[in-house]
Design a protein around this ligand. Structure first.
Ligand code: NAD
Ligand code: IPM
Ligand code: MN
Length: 367
């Protein structure tokens, strides 16, 4: 069996603290389930690298990643040293675009034993998948500033929605919704205020819906959709959104499910022409970096998504994914917890507890 080749990119801040715990769990899973992994540690794509070399990544970054199957990514950003748009356009956003990772899949789930800030919500009430468009939309560097520095200053920032880019993310979301028991898809829009792109987006949703008559489709303006994430989270199953709307929803959802410290994401190039990228939804958290208190579960769950994707959702990889998620469930119900969950455990404690559970997965759960 050929080893999966994974580039581990910790990045900045707590990325450097949670990545080793993710790797610890990956190695435990690799051993227990007989999944060969070849991990390469990369210290560029970081603000440290920028401060030494004046760029986030070396000029031959693509060549260095040649033959890589997946990127396992911590977080990038150190705004006190490097402006965020420089560090992120020079690393994470570059990967998403150059590797055509047009799906950003972000599960949101309220676990047993985790308090939700929403009154009366219990495990199972919040359980949905956000499908975020990941290469176009509102994230562009098109536009400019006129009359700069004068009081006539004008700023134009363009959005880009291609038919190809929109249809492929919608198709992915419809196909995902079709496979789930509830077969429900919510499409975020803002066609009342954003007068060109969003009415057009709604038309593409309607056109795609005709090919998926079994999926219950529901278009909601982003403002009320955000409100319903809080008021009626149980009505959501799969949610599809443009790049910016999906970004905002994918912090709101995890916050409603207790903490940013649990939320994973899969930046997918479904065709596998390029490597996909797996990372927590959260950032480098400068406010808590250096104390070994960051919650590593978002990173660890992202690793489980990576194994599942690399193994095409089958066999040992699926079993390893399931074992990691079960270990997360067990630790959240009755194991060590970091301060974001009201505990006093360290990042390392939580990583070790999950890795130990994965390593001792009963034979009946190992393929
Ligand atoms: P952030 O997600 O880094 O932090 C927001 C808040 O959540 C902070 O209070 C932080 O302490 C807390 N938090 C985040 N992850 C946590 C974890 N695992 N455990 C416990 N608490 C956690 O968002 P921010 O403050 O807006 O951004 C900080 C930097 O990270 C910026 O440079 C930003 O651009 C960058 N960022 C990067 C990514 C990424 O690489 N994918 C994502 C978001 C933000
Ligand atoms: C995320 C992050 C990134 C985004 C930033 C850091 C550019 O917030 O992955 O959600 O906006 O996509
Ligand atoms: Mn975000």
């Amino acid at each position: 069996q050929q080893a999966h080749r994974i580039a581990v990119i910790p990045g900045d801040g707590i990325g450097k603290e949670v990545a080793p715990e993710g790797v610890r769990v990956l190695q435990a899973a690799s051993q227990r389930f007989g999944i060969p992994l070849e991990l390469t540690h990369i210290d560029w794509a970081s603000c440290d690298h920028y401060q030494q070399h004046g760029s986030m990544m070396p000029p031959d970054w693509k060549a260095q990643l040649q033959g890589t199957d997946a990127l396992y990514f911590g977080a990038v950003g150190w705004p006190s040293a490097v402006p965020d748009h420089i560090s992120l356009w020079g690393s994470l956003l570059k990967f998403r675009r150059e590797f055509d990772q047009y799906i950003n899949l972000r599960p949101v789930r309220l676990f047993e034993g985790v308090p939700s800030p929403l009154a009366g919500r219990r495990a199972g009430d919040i359980d949905y998948l956000i499908v975020r468009e990941n290469t176009e939309g509102e994230y562009t560097n098109l536009g400019g500033i006129m009359f700069e520095g004068t009081d006539r200053e004008i700023v134009v920032q363009e959005s880009v929605f291609s038919r190809h880019g929109t249809d492929r993310v919608l198709r992915f979301a419809f196909e995902l919704a079709r496979q789930r028991p509830r077969q429900r898809l919510t499409a975020a829009t803002k066609s009342n205020g954003v007068a060109i792109s969003m009415p057009w987006w709604d038309q593409r949703v309607d056109a795609m819906a005709r090919q998926f008559p079994d999926v219950h489709i529901d278009k909601q303006h982003i403002d009320i959709l955000a409100a319903r994430f809080v008021l009626q989270p149980q009505r959501f199953d799969v949610v599809v959104a443009s790049n910016l709307f999906g970004d905002i929803l994918s912090d709101l959802g995890p916050a409603s499910a207790g903490t940013m410290g649990l939320a994973p994401s899969a930046n997918l190039n479904p065709e596998r022409t390029f490597p996909s990228l797996f990372e927590p939804v959260h950032g480098s958290a400068p406010d808590i970096y250096g104390r070994n208190i960051a919650n590593p579960i978002a990173m660890i769950w992202s690793g489980a998504l990576m194994l599942d994707f690399l193994g095409h959702g089958q066999g040992a990889a699926r079993a390893a994914h399931d074992a990691i998620v079960r270990a997360i469930e067990t630790v959240l119900a009755s194991g060590p917890r970091t301060p974001d969950l009201g505990g006093t455990a360290s990042t390392t404690d939580v990583g070790q507890a999950i890795a130990a559970l994965v390593a001792s997965t009963p034979a009946s759960n190992v393929l």
